[in-house]
Ligand binder design. Structure first.
Ligand code: NAP
Ligand code: ZN
Length: 360
């Protein structure tokens, strides 16, 4: 076991504060990583606030992790000390079921192990995430950061990026696809950049008129204000794929209406009950509604390689760990452009005596 200092919460809605906890000792197939950067996802805030009633306290969030390998277990063959690597939303799965064999580890029949707030498959300990000095991860769940990818901008690809890349690939986004992205936040801005890189005609649907110029600067071809009924009506039946990143329960019907014949709305944001959906809106135009959960390891590596080759990088605001509570408040107030990334060097100045002991 190795003592680790991180930032976490001991109860719902408490401010994040320094926490001291133990990382597991290295197993044969484990990689130990010193964390350099960690992105801040809206899901981190959902867990800290216990929005889904599933949070195990104390909770140390963070699943957009970039760092350097420090040590490897005796059976590790793909990595060695000094390698630049990344860890996303999951750190283990059964590796034997049909989903795992299909490289869809998030859908592991026996349940994937999330990077934080999960239970280690062997020891049963609660997993703790990347708002911390270091982490120990099974080799198969560690990704390689290509040399052409700037590590400061790699973290948000591990969750925000892969969560929109997976449905874009599944639904065959290509040159000419009419793609709409609802919500210009962490996920949404990556969907714009990736959609443009794939050649799609991209429309941002936003509640924030003030983001229109940014949307175009990110590469969007069109901007639609969801609060303008006339504009929404004029856009009826005009998209092949709609990616819905809205982070809370909402009325999907006005967005379903935007789908052209055989179009699909993929819901990735609101992982909670939705307002009732009108069946006729699905029947007309043969529309579909689908969901999507992060992405498999192979596809995440594909994304990292694609972003390195095409230099598709998230728009990040670097912060110090001491600013994390202010960052959460700004995320709550829809004031992020467009992903916070924590520079973990700032953890060095945390007085370890201040860090409260984790009891579980
Ligand atoms: P974010 O950075 O906060 O962005 C969300 C965007 O949604 C906001 O920028 C805003 O864009 C829009 N929005 C916010 N509140 C809204 C409301 N009440 N009605 C309509 N639009 C609203 O969040 P994120 O990190 O992109 O995460 C988005 C959601 O995806 C979260 O719920 C997160 O938990 C979830 N998530 C899911 C997966 C998955 O695997 N499915 C993975 C990661 C995250 P505008 O200002 O442009 O309207
Ligand atoms: Zn996330």
């Amino acid at each position: 076991m190795t003592t680790c200092i991180g930032y976490g919460v001991h109860e719902a809605n408490a401010p994040l504060e320094p926490v001291r906890f133990e990382r597991r000792a290295l197993r044969d197939d484990d990689v130990a990583i010193d964390i350099d950067y960690c992105g801040v996802c809206h899901s981190d805030m959902h867990y800290v606030h216990n929005d889904w009633n599933t949070t195990r306290f104390p909770c140390v969030p963070g699943h957009e992790i970039v760092g350097r390998v420090t040590t490897v277990g005796s059976a590790v063959s793909r990595y060695r000390a000094g390698d630049l690597v990344a860890v996303g939303c999951l750190v283990d799965s059964c590796q034997q079921c049909a989903a795992c064999e299909d490289h869809q580890e998030p859908h592991c029949t026996h349940g994937m192990t999330p990077t934080y707030n999960g239970l280690d498959r062997i020891s049963g300990e609660v997993t703790r995430g990347g708002y911390a000095q270091h982490i120990v991860v099974r080799e198969q769940f560690v990704l390689r950061v290509p040399p052409a990818l700037d590590p400061r901008f790699t973290g948000p690809l591990l969750c925000a990026g892969i969560t929109v890349w997976t449905p874009m690939r599944a639904h065959g986004v290509k040159a000419g696809t009419r793609l709409a992205v609802i919500g210009l936040g962490g996920l949404g801005h990556m969907a714009v950049k990736l959609g443009v890189a794939l050649g799609a005609e991209v429309t941002v649907i936003t509640t924030s008129p003030g983001k229109a110029d940014d949307a175009r600067a990110l590469g969007a071809h069109h901007v639609l204000l969801s609060g303008e009924p006339q504009a929404m009506k004029a856009a009826a039946s005009s998209f092949d794929l709609v990616l819905d990143t809205i982070p809370r329960s909402h009325n999907v019907n006005p967005y379903l209406m935007l789908l052209a014949r055989n179009g699909t709305l993929v819901l990735v944001g609101a992982l909670e009950p939705l307002e009732p959906i009108h069946g006729a809106l699905l029947a007309v135009n043969n529309r579909s509604i689908a969901g999507s959960l992060i992405g498999g390891l192979q596809q995440t590596q594909e994304l990292l390689d694609f972003c390195a080759e095409h230099q598709v990088l998230p728009s990040c605001e670097m912060i110090e760990i001491q600013d994390i509570n202010q960052a959460f408040t700004r995320m709550h107030n829809n004031d992020v452009k467009y992903r916070f990334v924590i520079d973990m060097a700032s953890l060095k100045s945390v007085d370890t005596q201040d860090a409260g002991e984790s009891t579980r």
